[in-house]
Design a protein around this ligand. Sequence first.
Ligand SMILES: [Zn+2]
Length: 307
Amino acid sequence: MKTMVRRNQRFLFLLVSVLALSAISSAQKLAITIDDLPLNGSLPTGVTRAQTTKDVLAVLKKRHVPPVYGFVNAKKLEGSQDGAEALKLWAAKEPVGNHTYSHMDLEQNSAEAFEREIEENEPVLELLDPNNHWRWLRYPYLREGDTVEKRRAVRAYLGAHGYRIAQVTLDWEDYLWNTAYARCVEKKNQNSIAWLRTSYLSTASEFLDLGREQSKLIFGREINYVLLMHLGAFSSTIVPDALDLLHKKGFQLVTLEEAESDPAYETDPDVGLHDAGTLLDQMMQVKQINYPPHAEKPYKEIEAVCR
Ligand SMILES: [Zn+2]
């Protein structure tokens, strides 16, 4: 009888292990990336960039999130000791990449000016990461060129200078909530803060699902994803919930390198596009695929809250 029980237990253990393993292997891989370092948007009075960064780093550590690339605009360090301190804290724990010196819009500038901005950002990246893992470019506003000539020129420059493109394939425009949250904290408006939380999480959920549908429509499968987030006033309080949401939706967090090892990231739309969004959004345009029905982001409500 005892051996029977033990055998059953062993079988049960094996079954659970196999199920757990298959759950891991079928989980959709996703890399979190963070833009606009040292900080996106405004902060409430008395809150520093350094403290905000520390808080977010603590969340990432506590939740065992694999290395998260933070994309830097070094211009924001001019005259900001707090910004410099925040960036040092970040780079001591997480990798950094290039987001151009002043967050330049490639649609408003020439390829040459854009390339100079990439270069101008490099001394700070070299200081922050002497191991040279910073040769990843995240295009500001995800704008890769409104003409195909510009697009090709910058891509050729990046290739010649050993850069990889840090593409984005999932995005719910999380930055919209940062300054709104700072305003609501100033006004101590708890109802509005509660609304910011629920609207953030429902928008995140909607656009995670939409991105996955886009991937199926474009590639006929789910790819490894790269998620765009921003470091701002709302981050330290909302990122734990965002991580819970990603977990609930079955994502497995991986590094940027691992996510972009998916051949989908070799896709180049190779056309001039205006403010086209993520790589998936760009491909929807190029392939003329219609979007599945989805809720829009609450732009107007966020803009108006706590004024
Ligand atoms: Zn940015």
